[in-house]
Write a protein that binds this ligand. Structure first.
Ligand code: ZN
Length: 288
């Protein structure tokens, strides 16, 4: 078994990693504007994909999935509605899949994605013109479980945090957690969504850190362990606390962006410019 597994792994794209039997993740490929990680789980009769990526990402990912299994892709779970995770939905629908996300994620897709899709300025290989916007067709409230006896995947809404509808995919047997953008494992944290909820985000990470997680696949950045959840949480919580106390003593957003030190949180705080962007975003939300 082990020898066969190794041989299979060697024949795969170097971007694809088998985390446990039948559980895969494909690294992002920034040079091809495939910026988010993608996962998939091979059940007895079908495949569940975690995050559809951009349409050009979905087109690159489909053959990588096919190299690992000949089973049909039945479901695609989007961790949240953002373009880099969900705009490839139509590519998977055309391949026979049904899109699943939390009911809040579906509502956000319906409310916010049409404008974003229509205002897209991408050109060449990165134009949305050849594709269409597909919204999720199955929406779950709170939790949805896929379990056929070989695998169990729990889709759990833990937002609002990065967005309102943020959900994770948790594999309790393998102790693998696909977090979407609630956890990244690289510098920065994206608080740009108008509905991002900084305090809710920290609560969600505290909740996730209680689970016996062995492997974390973040929305962006390298495979990690539970330390990635805790490290990202501490970075965010430190930033929020410093912004809040700055507001209390009457500091401006620019003063705080200039003085708050976060570079000790590695890798999350290493990029001072993205720290400043996040500090300003948190300031605007907390100042309301
Ligand atoms: Zn993302």
């Amino acid at each position: 078994m082990v020898a066969a597994f190794r041989r299979d792994a060697a024949s795969q794209s170097s971007l694809v990693h088998e985390l446990a039997p039948g559980v895969y993740f494909r690294e992002a490929e920034p040079a091809k504007r495939i910026i988010a990680n993608t996962g998939w789980v091979v059940f007895r009769d079908y495949v569940l994909v975690i995050d559809a990526n951009y349409p050009w990402g979905a087109r690159a990912i489909l053959p990588d999935i096919k190299k690992t299994t000949d089973k049909p892709i039945r479901f695609v779970f989007d961790t949240h509605y953002h373009a880099d995770h969900a705009f490839g939905d139509s590519v998977f629908v055309d391949a026979g899949a049904t899109i699943v996300c939390s009911q809040e994620c579906t509502a956000e897709s319906l409310r916010k994605n049409p404008d974003q899709w229509n205002n897209d300025k991408g050109t060449g290989d990165y134009s949305l013109k050849p594709y269409r916007l597909e919204h999720p067709q199955i929406s779950f409230q709170g939790r949805m479980v896929l379990d056929d006896g070989t695998h169990r995947v729990e889709l759990i809404r833990v937002g609002p945090g990065h967005t309102i509808g943020d959900s994770v995919a948790w594999l309790p047997k393998e102790r693998i957690l696909f977090t979407g953008d609630l956890v990244v494992n690289r510098p920065g944290n994206n608080l740009a969504d108008p509905d991002a909820d900084p305090d809710g985000w920290v609560r969600a990470l505290d909740d996730l850190a209680m689970r016996p997680v062995a492997i974390v696949i973040p929305g962006h950045g390298a495979q990690g362990t539970a330390d990635a959840i805790r490290g990202d949480r501490d970075y965010l919580a430190d930033m929020i606390q410093q912004v809040r106390s700055g507001i209390a003593r009457g500091a401006s957003a620019e003063e705080l962006a200039g003085e708050i030190q976060l570079t000790q949180h590695k890798p999350w705080g290493e990029n001072e410019n993205s720290n400043k962007v996040s500090i300003r975003a948190i300031y605007a939300k907390l100042k309301k």
